[in-house]
Design a protein around this ligand. Structure first.
Ligand code: NDP
Length: 414
């Protein structure tokens, strides 16, 4: 059986709209989904508000982590045929009304700032542009609450930034579809890209698949994900109200997410393998000044300890003395860097020894017509602003490439 998307629906008791949403799913033969009944559960209002960008009503539907909307949105998706396409019920339909194969000038894989900036530039250049969002619209930014360092947004909110980027790209004609690429064929043009349930032919491709949190790879870590172990403070922080949590790592992400956790937790202990933080000085100063934050230096976590109720502690090792001990904690937040999402491109695009795509200064990969942008090709800066910049550059290069292929004059520098 092929890939099946994961559908999650938030519902409550005595909710006719929830029944309507479930009836729509049933009518499409979708019975294998996760229902979260929020009745009597604490923190749900905040969770739903965050996931939906401010709503706190039900039903709310998510597919592979991407926000779909309420029962009306689900109905629209069902009526357009998109829902069936996503669940692979009609392999021959691309959902675009053009026949079996969706043909595009530019296909952008990924919907973080790199992908969405590329979409804006490609669409403005009047190229027939499709963005396949991947599992999370907005990529890593969708896991962040505030953005302090994106110019032009003085009180920046990550959710708004991503939404505005999407709307802006759409305004110029870019199509943005939920879709998860399962296979790429870059051996000839047009390039052929498969998702579950659809096939796309693209004259050029911009890869903006970003990166995902690195795991510690220690005993117990994966056993307690969602039950005490987390890679996202903004997602799971509210479950740790008045609890004691630890954060593993010493970079910007660890310290920033640790600071975020102080909104909920009683104490946040940063466990770092060295005796000083890697995070930038301004954020360090805020952390060191915060009375809820504590620090364990020169220490690594060697195991997550837990029982059937979830994680209750970690095993620690002092890297200088070698001494080991147990440390009680209610939550373990892990921020030890990222790994690029490039599995799909193994053997198809050139990568460095860490698995990042190799792109030149103009975002070209080693396959003509395939470009890379954002974190998938950048392990140095990894900022929303630099990702967006490389996305724009990749789209300009795609436009030039297509013009060259068509024998037209190249567009002037933008
Ligand atoms: P980083 O690579 O910067 O930091 C990873 C941290 O994890 C380091 O402190 C590292 O220790 C530690 N670490 C790595 N592997 C292990 C391990 N196996 N065991 C224990 N500790 C480990 O990753 P981040 O995700 O923090 O940041 C990535 C990039 O994103 C950076 O460029 C950062 O500036 C940027 N970023 C920017 C933000 C902002 O500006 N608002 C927010 C978040 C990220 P050591 O220090 O010893 O190497």
């Amino acid at each position: 059986m092929g890939y099946m998307p994961h559908l999650k629906i938030y519902t409550t008791n005595f909710c006719s709209y929830c029944d309507r949403a479930k009836a729509i799913l049933k009518s499409k033969g979708i019975t294998d989904y996760e229902e979260m009944n929020i009745a009597g559960r604490e923190g749900m209002r905040e969770e739903i508000a965050r996931l939906t960008g401010g709503r706190w009503d039900v039903p709310q539907v998510f597919i592979d982590g991407a926000y779909i909307g309420d029962d009306d949105a689900l109905a629209d998706l069902a009526h357009s045929g998109e829902l069936e396409r996503m669940f692979g019920m009609n392999e021959n339909s691309s959902g675009n009304g053009k026949g079996n194969v969706d043909r595009r000038d530019v296909l952008i894989i990924g919907s973080g700032p790199a992908g969405l900036a590329a979409a804006l530039y490609a669409a403005r250049a009047q190229l027939n542009t499709l963005v396949l969002t991947g599992k999370e619209i907005g990529g890593q930014l969708s896991l962040t609450l505030d953005i302090e360092n994106y110019p032009g947004f003085k009180d920046g909110h990550a959710g708004n930034l991503i939404q505005d980027m999407q709307e802006q790209a759409k305004r110029f004609g870019a199509a943005i579809e939920m879709g998860y690429v399962t296979e790429v064929d870059f051996s000839q043009r047009p390039f052929r890209i498969k998702t579950y349930g659809s096939e796309i032919e693209a004259q050029s491709v911009i890869v903006a698949t970003g990166s995902s949190p690195r795991k510690l790879e220690i005993p117990g870590e994966l056993d307690y994900v969602g039950r005490g172990v987390s890679y996202c403070a903004t997602c799971d922080g509210f479950f740790f109200k008045d609890k004691e949590v630890v954060v593993v790592g010493g970079g910007d992400a660890a310290v920033e997410e640790g600071l975020f956790l102080t909104r909920f937790a009683k104490t946040v202990t940063i466990i770092h393998r060295r005796d000083r933080l890697r995070a930038n000085p301004s954020i360090q100063a805020r952390a060191l000044d915060n009375p809820k934050m504590k620090f364990l230096w020169d220490t690594v976590v060697t195991a997550v300890l837990g029982n059937d109720k979830g994680a209750y502690g970690v095993r620690l090792k002092d890297v200088k003395t070698g001494a080991e001990r147990e440390f009680k904690t209610d939550g373990v937040f892990i921020f030890v860097g990222h790994l690029p999402n490039t599995t799909l491109f193994e053997g198809k695009l050139q990568m460095d020894d860490k698995g990042y795509l190799i792109a030149d200064k103009r975002q070209h990969t080693d396959v003509e017509g395939v470009f890379a942008a954002g974190d998938v090709q950048d392990h140095v800066y990894r900022q929303a602003i630099t990702a967006a910049g490389t996305g724009a550059a990749a789209a300009i290069e795609a436009e030039r490439f297509l013009a060259e292929m068509a024998g037209k004059a190249q567009p002037a520098a933008v």
